[in-house]
Design a protein around this ligand. Sequence first.
Ligand code: GDP
Length: 299
Amino acid sequence: FNRLKSGLAKTRDQFLSQLSGLLRVGRRIDEELMEEIEEILIQSDVGVDTTLTLMDNVRERVKAEGLSDSSELASVLKSEILNLLGEDVPLQIKDEKPYTILVLGVNGAGKTTTIGKLASRFTTSGHRVLVAAGDTFRAAAEDQLSIWCERAGAELIRGGENAEPASVVFDAIHAAKHRDADVLIVDTAGRLHTKKPLMDELSKIGRVMERAHTGAPHEVLLVVDGTVGQNALMQAKVFNDTVPITGVVVTKLDGTAKGGIVIAVNAEIGAPVKLIGIGEKLDDLRDFAGADFVDALFA
Ligand code: GDP
């Protein structure tokens, strides 16, 4: 918890220092206070829509419970934020062998790092892990992935430069079955400048996975850069329209005051945050726990 708290230091500073100035004994709850809280939430990148929904819910609670002193608001805010976050849905591999995880996200968001950390988590718990290098667009991406796989003790299936991504993924599924792998993690390209072809490519990869293996992809993780704030949500919607996302990974929360984005993800994308990145080390990828996150914000 302390690691999480210090990981979120910048967001906490921004959020909490301003909020604690407002939520104190003696300050009355009125519309002006509500609007000031809204401003803080929007500055922390919770986003306008999510902030308005959240504060409408807070107003209703204040009315229903007859609250009048602002010091009573912190617990209401915490529980309404938790409400928006929804239930924790940790990433768990199930019995479908190989359990397939398709990883999406724009370049630089932290896909490779996240795949490396995930692969290591699964190999450490005794699973056989294959990784498919579905980003054949960037040679450097394959090399990075290869370094992470070596470190994690996972096998990498690569198609080489200019191979068709969907066919690399197809081969990887067959290799995973043949080698009796427990988990197959599929990396994908994230180039933004040629958006349309990228989305076509991803949708094709999704279809190939569906056909080659029952229930695949079992998990579609979108990796978003937490420092990008609200823009990350716009990207998320584009990906979600292409291959429906089952979970979101928010990275780099250690380097940003925009951690409020985490609160908006579930409300705006309809997929829960499953993992958060709070640093570059192997154990800095954490299962997301809403209650801990909210506690760390307010602690
Ligand atoms: P990709 O292009 O999406 O594959 O992104 P990479 O995995 O190569 O990550 C881009 C940069 O972000 C690298 O320098 C990573 O070390 C860094 N990074 C990834 N996750 C985190 C995180 O949670 N915290 C911090 N501070 N840096 C991260």
